[in-house]
Design a protein around this ligand. Structure first.
Ligand code: SAM
Ligand code: SF4
Length: 457
């Protein structure tokens, strides 16, 4: 993309590039940041080297993404010292923390905006181009909750239904970075979903730190189960949601998934640990038995359901017995997929303050054993699908090899040979072989709403 810098009155219009780290909520926030900047006349560029404004939309959940941001900021500072004319904005979860402010001060960031104030990006840029030397917004603004982000027309669309988190998991920085839970109004959610449907979105992801807390902060709002049914009624072919918390994962949610045809049979339900002792020290409000009873109810009511989870290994004080309990829970739940993390001590969290981190070798070794368990179960489950037909949303050309890639209704990653289709969108695919991470198949037929490859967003 090429663009030139223009000057209108006092407001200078900049070429900008946004770097996004972390979760899907950050991807959604990046859409908002980009649409705000574009509607104010600033111009997106594909190459970081062409930008006059670089926005880093950051993650602070673990140490690794923070290190990445520090590296990029260091490089940008070097270029500025060599004469590059650049404005740098640090946004997202890291910006909200003392740690982020210290990094911003040290590495010469001009704009610091937390996740609760992202719509301030335009006034911030105006202020900087107007001669102000720095800008900071760290409040949690009400307007973000009602703000409507224009649909981008991409096949997969993200829609944040609630912000913040009221839980107090002792390892987690999110309640500090994203503030308390606030549900967005039903009307705003339905309008955004309808805009996406009209723009051609085939798969809608409802997002929140704990989507099933939706409405608990405001009695005038529907419950999450009712919201799911209302969003299903908009008519986008696929509706998925993440993340659910095992607390408040009520039967009416399971019923909505089982009964509404376009709510996908895919549930991400983080367990974190299989040991009650560790769950207690983590501040998680459920215990192993309760968690497994939810899994039983889901599997008995929802046909062909896929369940995935998040697990942290090496939480401070986790004994070999505790870890074995996590492995045995994995076997009982028989997860199709899992995101597995080594515990990362985040400054400012209760567990980092009060508990001693364990040796890295122990954490690495446990993570490896857990990954082996995950591969085993994923392969068992994937092999059961060979010979069946899955509805797959083909999204793009795969990075390696001669394949197109996409995801099934239940979120399996599926590849088909590139020479079988020059279209993207929903297709029926016959599964021919399986690995722990991927299903390989052949195109059976395109659905009506598929689009030519070059037109896809
Ligand atoms: N709200 C969601 C929940 O409670 O399930 C998850 C949100 S969190 C951003 C995503 C995942 O990151 C968590 O489920 C947890 O497994 C992991 N996580 C959070 N803090 C972590 C830490 N300090 N070290 C390692 N993993 C962490
Ligand atoms: Fe973090 Fe726990 Fe809130 Fe999830 S529920 S965002 S893990 S504090």
């Amino acid at each position: 993309m090429t663009a030139t810098t223009q000057h209108y009155g006092s407001g200078r219009h900049l070429r900008f590039h946004v770097l996004t780290y972390g979760c899907q909520m950050n991807e959604y926030d990046t859409n908002t940041i980009q649409s705000e900047l574009v509607s104010a006349g600033h111009m997106p560029v594909d190459a970081l080297a062409d930008a006059e404004l670089v926005v880093l939309n950051t993650c602070a959940v673990r140490g690794k993404p923070v290190e990445k941001v520090v590296t990029v900021l260091g490089e940008l500072r070097k270029e500025r010292r060599q004469g590059r004319d650049l404005t740098v904005a640090l946004m997202g979860c890291l910006a909200q923390l003392e740690e982020g402010r210290e990094i911003a001060d040290r590495l010469g960031v001009d704009i610091l905006i937390g996740p609760g104030a992202i719509t301030d990006i335009v006034p911030a840029v105006d202020a900087l181009t107007g001669g102000v030397s720095e800008w900071e917004s760290l409040e949690f603004k009400d307007d973000l909750v009602t703000h409507i982000t224009p649909a981008s027309g991409s096949l997969t669309g993200f829609l944040t239904i609630m912000r913040g988190c009221n839980h107090h998991c002792t390892y987690c920085i999110v309640p500090q970075t994203r503030g308390p839970e606030v549900s967005r109004p039903l009307k705003a959610i339905l309008q955004e979903a309808e805009d996406m449907r009209q723009a051609g979105t085939q798969e809608l992801y409802l997002l929140g730190q704990n989507v099933n807390s939706y409405g608990l902060d405001d009695p005038s709002l529907p419950s999450f189960a009712e919201l799911l049914r209302r969003v299903a009624g908009v008519g986008i072919p696929r509706v998925k949601f993440t993340t659910s918390h095992p607390m408040n994962f009520t039967s009416d949610i399971i019923d909505a998934i089982a009964e509404e045809e376009n709510i996908c049979n895919f549930i991400h339900l983080p367990v974190q640990s299989g040991s009650d002792r560790v769950l207690r020290r983590m501040g998680r409000e459920y215990r192993r038995d309760r968690y497994l009873s939810i899994i039983d109810e889901i599997r008995s009511k929802v046909d062909n359901v896929v369940i995935s989870t998040d697990i942290i290994v090496g939480f401070p004080g986790e004994t070999e017995d505790d870890f074995e309990a996590t492995l045995s829970l994995y076997d009982e739940a028989a997860y199709e997929q899992a995101y597995m993390f080594m515990y990362s001590a985040r400054p400012g969290t209760p567990s980092a303050k009060h508990f001693k981190d364990m040796p890295r070798e122990v954490k690495t070794e446990r993570l490896q054993r857990l990954i082996e368990r995950q591969k085993h179960w994923s392969l068992v489950k994937h092999r059961q699908l060979v010979g069946s037909t899955l509805r797959v949303l083909i999204k793009d050309i795969a990075n390696e090899g001669d394949y197109l890639y996409g995801h099934s209704d239940q979120n399996h990653t599926v590849l088909i040979p590139k020479n079988q289709s020059n279209r993207l969108g929903l297709m029926d695919v016959v599964i021919e072989s399986a690995t722990p991470h991927t299903l390989y198949g052949s195109l059976k037929e395109h659905h009506a709403a598929s689009v030519p490859l070059l037109m896809a967003g």
